[in-house]
Design a binder for this molecule. Structure first.
Ligand code: NAP
Length: 614
């Protein structure tokens, strides 16, 4: 932070940059998308007209008797967070651990998302957890979904987490019973499982989003969401041609991370694909490749944590000697979120330089579209006109090229698909006749409150529900415990007073270690019941509120997206922020948790210790 650095490099740089023109263009594009009804969704939970979209196409449902027994811990969710929590609980010596999940097996995101082309968008060496424990190095830089799922299954097997799990089971109500000091977990399969400790690990982007488009239930063809890919209809598999689509016309609705990954396989197999694009994604180079055996052989003990720390440091703008991951996240994302600063810089200068850096990166993305898409009219529609920080970026090496195929039509619909008839989607009054609609329309946002993500009433002391307690925003200690809900742990997630990171699995690693080690301390101390002390919760919540940065001035100029509360950033609640400014102080948060665990005094918790007689 000393001398002013040279203007932003890259395509366009700052040389041909006229801020007023760029801002006007970005605002005009934003306004085309800020339309009434933009965020309307079909509520898949309560609207039975859409119940079939929820059904699990991967594992047959089986009848079973309701369970009315007792375990030590119930973990809600068998995704990465739940598996890691289970593993750490096992390490802490807990015997009876029961995962409960609506899916037919372990894996969460990677159980459900099996669409062709699915892969992680953060480098697999840091994304897939516990690689060192597994003694495994992923086969590619960005692993396919099935390899990730296999790794998660291996962790679950190693820590024996599936034998006693209840799959295809949704928790409907969890109630704290003061007298017995147990949680009672009720499910949609008639179970009433008692447990001393309850861990909520519902995941982050887990509620499938189906836009409420007029007439969609009248469509006479076949339709499904990417998170329930129907291979019985499309034929093929994740890496096998979708032979069932031969001669078929397919509508692909949505061009976010899921849509861009499945276009190429669809285009290869179908007679025709119509891509309905509301907002073009910024699509950077992926640069996927097989793992170099020399790289795998050279990994020293502790390498995964060190590599992730290197990634996190770069993402937070800290100096490092080497960029180990060296991809679009560490180049573009990190540059945009950490613009140059120098001694004596004014806020106006800072904002201006941030805008320049962002502009240069977006220009490079727009130029990439020109390089890869032959038809200039299509290319123009595919160019993203908003700041890079407005949406989670995408990376792909085949998506843009797919528009050069004669059987792929791009339908520009900034206000969304207008209507769906029995024959297919309608945009600008034009009917598109299709046999199948694939909804790549994503998930309810990261900041969806925990009480909605858990999909159940969590009833704590005095009959208060979590939804009631958090109606005005989150209230926690460390983003993982909340007063009035004894013996309850919540895995950290955005909007919950923990920290946020692009690589969510690392946050789950942190949360799982906290849960496992805290439980060990509680058990070692003979603690039967813990609750959060009122002053500790207030202090933590105040810390979060105090470090909240109101970025609504910048974010309101953004195209609507999950990251700016769909164009209403001013409604973001400071209580639902992070520990530390912005996305949070990752390293500070981890250090604080580690010191708290090392100290072992369980400060901030009220404890009821087992009496000698009990
Ligand atoms: P998404 O990024 O939210 O994309 C949903 C798409 O559907 C967007 O293009 C959206 O347009 C469009 N859409 C929504 N309603 C529409 C309507 N009524 N008419 C037309 N289009 C409509 O969802 P996603 O692709 O599933 O990704 C969600 C997140 O999951 C990602 O950001 C990422 O964090 C994660 N993810 C990761 C991977 C991976 O590679 N690891 C893969 C998939 C997902 P707008 O852009 O205008 O909203």
């Amino acid at each position: 932070m000393t001398d002013p650095p040279a203007p932003a490099a890259g395509a366009g740089g700052a040389s041909n940059y006229d801020p007023e023109t760029v801002r006007a263009k970005y605002l005009a594009e934003r306004d085309r998308r800020m339309v009434p009804g933009r965020t309307d969704i079909a509520d898949l939970r309560s609207d039975d007209r859409f119940a079939r979209y929820r059904r699990d196409p991967f594992t047959p449902y089986a009848d079973r008797e309701p369970r009315a027994d007792e375990v030590d811990v119930v973990v809600l969710g068998g995704g990465i967070a739940g598996i890691l929590a289970g593993a750490e609980l096992r390490r802490a010596g807990v015997e009876r651990i029961r995962i409960v999940d609506q899916a037919g097996g372990i894996g969460g995101t990677w159980y459900w998302n099996r669409y062709p082309g699915v892969m992680c968008d953060v480098e697999s060496y840091i994304y897939i957890p516990m690689l060192e424990e597994l003694g495994y190095v992923p086969s590619r830089r960005y692993a396919w979904g099935e390899e990730i799922l296999r790794c998660l299954q291996s962790i679950a097997d190693r820590f024996d987490l599936t034998a006693d799990a209840l799959f295809h089971t949704g928790v409907t109500r969890a109630e704290w019973d003061e007298e017995s000091a147990r949680w009672v977990i009720h499910t949609d399969r008639g179970d009433a499982v008692r447990c001393r400790w309850y861990v909520l690990a519902p995941g982050i982007l887990t509620l499938m989003k189906l836009p409420a488009i007029e007439g969609m239930e009248e469509f006479a063809g076949h339709a499904f969401h990417t998170a329930r890919w129907d291979y019985a209809y499309t034929g093929g598999g994740a890496h096998e041609p979708l032979t069932g689509l031969a001669g078929k016309r397919v509508a692909l609705v949505g061009t976010g991370a899921s849509g861009i990954q499945c276009l190429a396989p669809l285009a290869e197999a179908a007679q025709h694909v119509y891509v309905f694009q509301r907002t073009p994604s910024a699509i950077g180079e992926r640069g996927n490749r097989d793992t170099d055996p020399a790289f795998a052989a050279g990994l020293a003990p502790g390498w995964q944590r060190a590599r992730n720390d290197n990634f996190q440091a770069i993402m937070l703008g800290r100096p490092v000697e080497v960029d180990e991951v060296d991809d679009g996240w560490t180049h573009d994302w990190a540059a945009v979120h950490n613009p140059p600063r120098w001694e004596g810089m004014t806020t106006a200068e800072y904002l201006r330089r941030a805008e320049e850096v962002d502009y240069a990166i977006m220009e490079a993305h727009r130029r990439r579209v020109d390089e890869l898409v032959a038809d200039p009219v299509k290319a123009d529609v595919l160019k993203p006109y908003y700041r890079y920080l407005c949406k989670r970026p995408c990376f792909h090496d085949e998506y843009l090229q797919a528009f050069n195929n004669g059987n792929v039509t791009l339908v520009d619909c900034p206000a969304g698909v207008e209507r769906i008839t029995g024959r297919g989607p309608v945009v600008d009054g034009q009917q598109y006749d299709v046999d199948c609609i694939v909804y790549a329309t994503g998930f309810e946002p990261e900041l969806t409150p925990l009480q909605r993500r858990v999909g159940q009433d969590v009833v704590g002391r005095g009959g208060i529900t979590l939804a009631e307690k958090w109606a005005g925003g989150a209230a926690t200690l460390f983003g993982m415990t909340t007063r009035g809900f004894p013996n309850l742990f919540v895995m950290p997630a955005p909007g919950q007073q923990a920290v946020v990171t692009v690589n969510s699995t690392q946050l789950a690693v942190l949360g799982a270690e906290f849960v496992g080690r805290t439980l060990r301390l509680l058990r070692d101390g003979g603690v039967e019941v813990f609750d959060v002390a009122a002053d500790a919760e207030e202090a933590w919540t105040q810390k979060v509120v105090d470090s909240f940065v109101d970025a609504s001035a910048v974010l309101s100029a953004c195209t609507p997206s999950r990251l700016n509360n769909e164009g209403r950033p001013e409604l973001m609640n400071p209580r639902n922020g992070s520990y530390g400014r912005g996305m949070g102080d990752w390293f500070g948060y981890r250090r604080l948790l580690e010191e708290w665990l090392e100290d072992g005094a369980l400060e901030g918790l009220e404890l009821k210790v087992r009496s000698a007689a009990s």
